[in-house]
Design a protein around this ligand. Sequence first.
Ligand SMILES: Nc1ncnc2c1ncn2[C@@H]1O[C@H](COP(=O)(O)OP(=O)(O)OP(=O)(O)O)[C@@H](O)[C@H]1O
Ligand SMILES: [Mg+2]
Length: 329
Amino acid sequence: MPADRADPPPVLVGQSSRIRQILQLIQKLGRSRSPVLILGETGTGKEVVARAIHAAGPPGPFVPIDCSALVGPLIESELFGHVRGAFTGASGSKPGLVEMANGGTALFDEIGELGPEVQAKLLRLIQEKEFRPVGSLERRKADFRVIAATNRDLAQEVEKGTFRRDLYYRLNVVVLRIPPLRERKEDLRGLVDHFLGRYGNRHVLTHECLDAMLSYDWPGNVRELENCIQRMVAINSGPLLHTADLPSALQNALEARRPAHLTAAAAAGHGTAAQPYIQMPLFSLTEMEKDAIIRALEYTRGDRAMAAQLLGIGRTTLYRKLKEYRLAN
Ligand SMILES: Nc1ncnc2c1ncn2[C@@H]1O[C@H](COP(=O)(O)OP(=O)(O)OP(=O)(O)O)[C@@H](O)[C@H]1O
Ligand SMILES: [Mg+2]
């Protein structure tokens, strides 16, 4: 469905230097009409970036075109539309995706999936800025900005001969690479807050939970993180999200990181997987309590009410302990 300025502007969360660079570039690209090629693994935010570029430019429709779905005999009519009677079953005329994008932006999503025949059609369309609906003699104008996105290595596809070199050069004018989430963990906290704000109801993550997330690889990138938060909020009624609520992929990663000697000790009957800390240096309860309070306040950035909630104690108790440990100013 074409989207225009009535849609809320897309939010691109991130404070890593790469995302900050991308945010600046988006503003510049909004003012130009040159093609943009967005590269990045699945779930890194290619569509969000494409929408943001469009939103930074003049008003007009935004039409995502899923190239992986452009297969079969109806491709041409999908793209260029058809006139009445163009083929059996064409009882009326129908505009194609290209026409809907006129005056706006077309996002050719998953462009690496395009077959050779459609690649040729797309090249002609981009070069001539004109097209002919199926069954029509008349050529129509198609003036839109081209953004292409893929998680494939297009340069490599060109070398292999599966992607046309001439089309590649047409698209490869401005290239925007979005790094995977594992290479910009600085963005994780902001993204977590963003998704908690969207899906949660004053939910907060425990320190351990955030730690587990920070050391996880996120093969599904930001989409996997979004699903993870959404799921944790859905299954947990309380405001605190614990490691036990994490999806199994993260649980497994957490388990695999557990020091080997603890697992061995557990196997030898000196402890269980659930109580591995028996092997760790012992601290007094007071020290542990003080440490927990400090970490809770760090985590909530000084919000005492939330820290008390995290620690599972009343607010007055927290105030008393802060005084007791000389942590209050
Ligand atoms: N930086 C970000 N800030 C906020 N939300 C983001 C960000 N990056 C991705 N998302 C969210 O993550 C999800 C996946 O993003 P998007 O669909 O843009 O990824 P993609 O790169 O197009 O993935 P795919 O290759 O699988 O199509 C979306 O719900 C999007 O809103
Ligand atoms: Mg996408």
